[in-house]
Design a binder for this molecule. Sequence first.
Ligand SMILES: [Ca+2]
Ligand SMILES: [Ca+2]
Ligand SMILES: [Ca+2]
Length: 443
Amino acid sequence: MIPQRLLIILFLVLSLIYVLPKTTANAAVWEALSPLPSDNLLELIDFNYAYDPSINKVIMTYQYKNITGSTIKSPRVVNLFLWSNDICSITWETMNYNGSGTFSNSNQSATAVDPAGYFNWHGEIHTSPNPPLESSGMFPSLPLQATQSGVSYPYWDISTITPGQWVDGEIATFSTPWTVSHANWVQSVSWIVYDFAGVKIRVVDTFATPADVGVKVDLCLDNKDYEVGGVQVDVCEEIDGEPVDCLTCVGCELSERTVLFDCFVNEVDGCCRVILISKNPGGVINPGLCNIVKIDYSRNGECDAGDCITLIPENATISDPYGRIVKTEEIAGEVCPFTCGDVHPAESAPGAGDCGDGDVDLMDIMTEVDFALGAVPDDCQALRADVPTGTPGRVPTVCAVGVDEDGCCPPDGSITIFDIMTLIDMALDRQDCCTYYYTDVIY
Ligand SMILES: [Ca+2]
Ligand SMILES: [Ca+2]
Ligand SMILES: [Ca+2]
């Protein structure tokens, strides 16, 4: 005879996905998805609970099947729960999940606060009855319900056949035991958290001389863990954080990774909308890195050719081969004037950053000689004066720093006769390591 009515009345799983940052510079990306079954990521196979009133212990056991089509990495579960007397009055459809879950009232919600898998309740859960309902013995202990605001919850790893790899189709079983003292209605909420390898779409930094009428910009897709079936993205332009429309996309070129695709571009509100689709049934972008399409831009005369234009991918919609959205990080790139070796004239005022004139000529060589003799470049010049050195295509050499790239060594931190020689090459229109090293162009 169960002395107290214990009803496990609902449970749900939020699939919370995020990208583990590769570097501290990249903000973590994660997102909560709507509950089953709409996300079509996990299928509940079975659910059981056992209640031992003599020790007030509840064990809830879930069986979930990975139906994402991919391996889920480092799956773990965070089990949240709460008591409520009126939870049946709320239908599932009213729940809204987008990084937070709203449950039977606005206080009964939770947010994933960091990619370590910890969650905080938004606010107090119950202020009545008084004293508040108690819970204890969970993970490893939980404060009183009424004091849960700001509480962090640890997570458990989900045991899979291969640790850390929940392969597509595998059913994983996990149990969450906890102790209750005043069980009444019980709502249990589990969040499943996993590392999302994700995809990144990024614009590759590109140099263009002010004289260039057009510029071709590579768009990369980094999809190491996913096949991709289609790409749509708007590439928008900014200068110093202000939206601009300096470049007009007039065409696109596919890469080796996208030979089975067609690419289309069109200007939409100043941004270049890029669409990559395949009419071939087997047309997927296999897991890999970088170039999927080269955008062919012409300058439209709206901006100074010497401006540095930031190209920002927006509204990226990346689809897997099954027509499902793949979470995507958008990474901007720049189209900037080619400045390597352009050290003359000096900047107009300290910190103005406006040194150079878009050309490397005898004046730049003389200025570089001064630097090699000990003259101090201004900040702008300093960024341009230490240049790649060598001769493109020559026999590889030993570089003072870095690795020889087909005859060119990277900048080495000092200004010497070798830097001067690169500028001489440029002034004489010979193959030069500034151009080769930064643009891979041998002419
Ligand atoms: Ca444009
Ligand atoms: Ca110059
Ligand atoms: Ca140097």
